[in-house]
Design a protein around this ligand. Structure first.
Ligand code: NAD
Ligand code: MG
Length: 390
């Protein structure tokens, strides 16, 4: 029996993870499931899987959660401290699938207790890559990427020498506005941005796909995870979303990872690694697909990609500043306080204002200074947005 915990169990990645675990429920001993406001989902999964504890991040919902779990034997808890306590509970495998910087601390605590961390929460690597890797080395824990591009790179690198890698290419679908006329982007609404041509994901990452802030985070994640130079990492637009990433070696060979747009592949790979187990995903019919196409991403349409290069070059706490400013700008866009195109302008101004303070030796990155940079960047982003409205 493998002891597993799922942070962000009620979300898109969390539910896909539960789908895989349910298919072989006898093989798993579920320790913790966590969620937010969706108490009914959290409680029903916790009951069905016989979890030891269910935690909602929302303190005001503790009584609802207790009521929903009455008589089940599942412990109920709420709030930040309960989330961190749950991450300390011994587990063999932990899924990190909370959205945003809020996912960093639970993932770190899971690494400290030596669990294998299946990392969907890309923000952890963006905000605190060196800290994540150092914590894993310290306890002997392993981090397995679950972002589809990074899982693809990881798989292409099995048995290879990282020193022989020339470049890594991650693909981008282009999101909802790939083919929109540029002049229409300023009027794009949150509902329009929250539709994705190929993937079914949470609202925030879907909007980040339309702006390519998601790809920007993934470029930084690639640098942190695999220790490559920024000049070795590229993004290309690949509208079919069938090739997730390619690794180019010094002999000119390119290893591509091809698969359906179904996150259960990357999740299942991390769940069974190093074995390859059967997974219930579509088998691609190449002839029916016919062809794959690629385009250079236009940085006028997607300025987030240019900002990602600046962040990769700067390193230090700039990733934490970038992510926090992006989260604030995204909140404002979802609340219809700023336009679609303004998100990148706000993030750029926050980066400019904080670039001198955010320089930091990677070895000196701690949870405290990441939290401080995050807090400051949110504050400055709010100032920038208030000044733009004045
Ligand atoms: P989602 O919005 O569907 O789910 C997010 C989960 O986090 C929910 O369980 C929610 O209750 C919980 N949560 C939200 N805010 C929280 C907070 N402040 N504290 C604690 N819990 C909180 O998101 P998702 O699409 O499943 O994405 C989860 C993570 O995985 C993100 O980092 C995303 O970038 C990454 N990811 C997702 C996909 C995908 O296909 N959905 C693919 C690659 C990477
Ligand atoms: Mg991805």
């Amino acid at each position: 029996m493998r002891r597993v915990s799922i942070f962000g169990a009620t979300g898109s990645i969390g539910q896909n993870t539960i789908d895989l675990i349910r298919r072989d429920a006898a093989g798993y001993d579920v320790v913790a499931l966590t969620g937010g406001a969706n108490i009914a989902q959290l409680a029903s999964d916790a009951r069905a899987l016989g979890a030891e504890i269910a935690v909602t991040a929302d303190e005001s919902r503790l009584e609802d959660l207790r009521a929903a779990l009455a008589g089940s034997g599942v412990e109920a808890a709420a709030g930040r401290a309960a989330l961190v306590e749950a991450a300390h509970r011994p587990a063999d495998w932990v899924m990190s699938a909370i959205v945003g910087a809020a996912g960093l601390e639970p993932g770190l605590r899971a690494l400290e207790q030596g669990a294998t961390l299946a990392l969907a929460n890309k923000e952890s690597m963006v905000c605190a890559g060196p800290l994540m890797l150092r914590t894993a080395r310290g306890s002997g824990a392993e981090i397995l990427p679950v972002d589809s591009e990074h899982s693809a790179v990881f798989q292409a690198l099995i048995g290879e020498d990282i020193g022989a890698v020339e470049r890594v290419i991650i693909t981008a679908s282009g999101g909802a506005f790939r083919d929109w006329p540029l002049e229409d982007l300023a009027r794009a609404t949150p509902a329009q941005a929250a539709t994705h041509p190929n993937w079914d994901m949470g609202q925030r990452i879907t909007i980040d796909s339309a702006s390519m802030f998601n790809k920007a985070l993934e470029l930084i994640e690639t640098r942190e995870f695999f220790g490559l130079k920024p000049s070795q990492i590229e993004a290309v637009v690949h509208p079919e979303s069938m090739i997730h990433a390619l690794v180019g070696f010094r002999d000119g060979g390119l290893m591509a990872h091809v698969g359906p747009a179904d996150m259960r592949h990357a999740i299942g790979f991390a769940l069974h690694y190093p074995a390859r187990a059967y997974l219930p995903v579509e088998r691609l019919d190449l002839v029916a697909l016919g062809q794959f196409s690629f385009r250079t991403p236009c940085e006028t349409r997607w300025p987030a990609l240019r900002l990602a290069r600046e962040v990769m070059q700067a390193g230090g706490l700039m990733g934490a500043v970038f992510n926090a400013a992006k989260e604030r700008a995204l909140d404002a866009f979802i609340a219809e306080r700023i336009g679609f195109g303004e998100m990148a302008a706000v993030v750029e101004e926050v980066l400019d204002r904080l670039s001198s303070q955010a320089r930091h030796n990677p070895d000196a990155i701690t949870l405290d200074n990441v939290a401080e940079a995050d807090h400051l960047a949110r504050h400055v982003a709010d100032d920038v947005m208030a000044a733009r409205r004045a």
